[in-house]
Design a binder for this molecule. Structure first.
Ligand code: UDP
Ligand code: MG
Length: 340
């Protein structure tokens, strides 16, 4: 095995990388591995030219590193990249993509078996038929909570209304060919939301449907606040249409003001001026709210510009099992701060 991943020798590189972000998933990782491995080993037996499963440990604070080290002992294709802090699902995916060695492409999937590993051969088959991107599309997500389904539906509708091209109900379970991975990595954007960036590149794509399963174990790492954050990032990251909101509100406001002025002048001329407390209050409150809203929208974009200008990385890698050699007997200590 080569000592460092970059630049890897072409002959050392497996055909496929499976990138799996994992944050506090110690409970579910053993069953995840037990389901994924037979699928991949079967593909190997049927001619796949090597694979690696790259689990990105997103700064877990539970026993995830210990469980991964244990799994690695008898699963040579399992590779663990550990991030220094909890960088978040999307950043962990980016970290995985940046380090993935798969020559032909990368499959990204969740660690909690909500993305069934058994679907993987169908993703690869669609890729062989000429697709550069293959989305696994959730046809039935009745196992997800009502809130989750409602917010997800609203999110995809909003994205499409703003001119985005993300296929509905495609999460981050997808195959992307090497050329797509390199294109994504070549973009300067650091804090990218992959499920919107990838469709916008316009590569030939295919979809494979599946039924969303329940989480194998553990609990969701996406409470409502995180979901909102992801939505705002996704929308401001892929469209400047919300900025135009301010212009539209401004135009609408101007039209309304003109009408009000005419009304006021006519009333004045007719000598029937009334105190008009209600309308004054409504106008002041309405305009104030709109101004705050527009400022907030502007603020989101200014914030993104600032973060991108600072140029801080979206994640920091603390270690890569590929650089540390084969698994030894000693287990890593628990806890997030195992610095190297
Ligand atoms: N995840 C991560 N970092 C985070 C949050 C989540 O790497 O900060 C991983 C998590 O371990 C899982 C995937 O992202 O493999 C999706 O998260 P989760 O299943 O909690 O989201 P949900 O399926 O509920 O939307
Ligand atoms: Mg999940």
């Amino acid at each position: 095995m080569s000592a460092r991943p970059d630049p890897p020798r072409a002959e050392d590189r497996p055909a496929l990388s499976v990138v799996v972000p994992a944050y506090d998933e110690a409970e579910v990782l053993p069953s995840f591995a037990a389901r994924l491995r037979p699928v991949l080993d079967d593909l190997l037996a049927r001619g796949l030219a090597g694979y690696e499963v790259l689990v990105v440990d997103d700064g877990s604070t539970d026993a995830t590193p210990v469980v991964l080290a244990r799994l690695r002992r008898d699963w040579p294709q399992l590779r663990v990249v550990r991030l220094r802090t909890n960088a978040g699902h999307q950043a962990a995916l980016s970290a995985g993509l940046a380090r993935a060695r798969g020559r032909d492409g990368v499959v990204t999937m969740d660690a909690d078996v909500q993305d069934p590993p058994e679907l993987l051969p169908r993703l690869l088959a669609a890729a062989r038929d000429g697709a550069d991107v293959v989305y696994a599309v959730r046809e039935d997500r009745s196992v997800d909570s009502r809130l989750k389904r409602l917010t997800a539906a609203a999110f995809y509708r909003l994205v499409r209304a703003l001119g985005g091209t993300a296929p509905a109900q495609a999460g981050d379970y997808r195959f992307t060919s090497r050329v797509v991975v390199d294109t994504v990595l070549g973009l300067p954007e650091q804090h990218r939301v992959l499920r919107l960036v990838v469709p916008e590149l316009g590569f030939a794509s295919a979809r494979v449907g599946y039924v969303r399963e329940a989480r194998g174990a553990g609990r969701t790492k996406y409470p409502l606040v995180r979901m909102l954050r992801l939505s705002v990032d996704a929308i401001t990251g892929s469209s400047t249409a919300p900025l135009r909101l301010a212009t539209f509100f401004g135009l609408g406001g101007a039209a309304l003001t003109t009408l009000l002025l005419v009304y006021a002048l006519v009333s004045f001329a007719a000598g029937s001026t009334v105190p008009g407390w209600t309308s004054t209050l409504a106008v002041v409150a309405g305009v104030g709210t709109l101004q705050l809203l527009c400022l907030g929208v502007l603020g989101e974009y200014v914030g993104r510009l600032y973060v991108q200008l600072q140029g801080r990385p979206a994640y920091l890698v603390a270690g890569d099992s590929l650089e540390e050699g084969p698994p030894g007997g000693e287990e890593p200590r628990e806890g997030p701060q195992r610095r190297t």
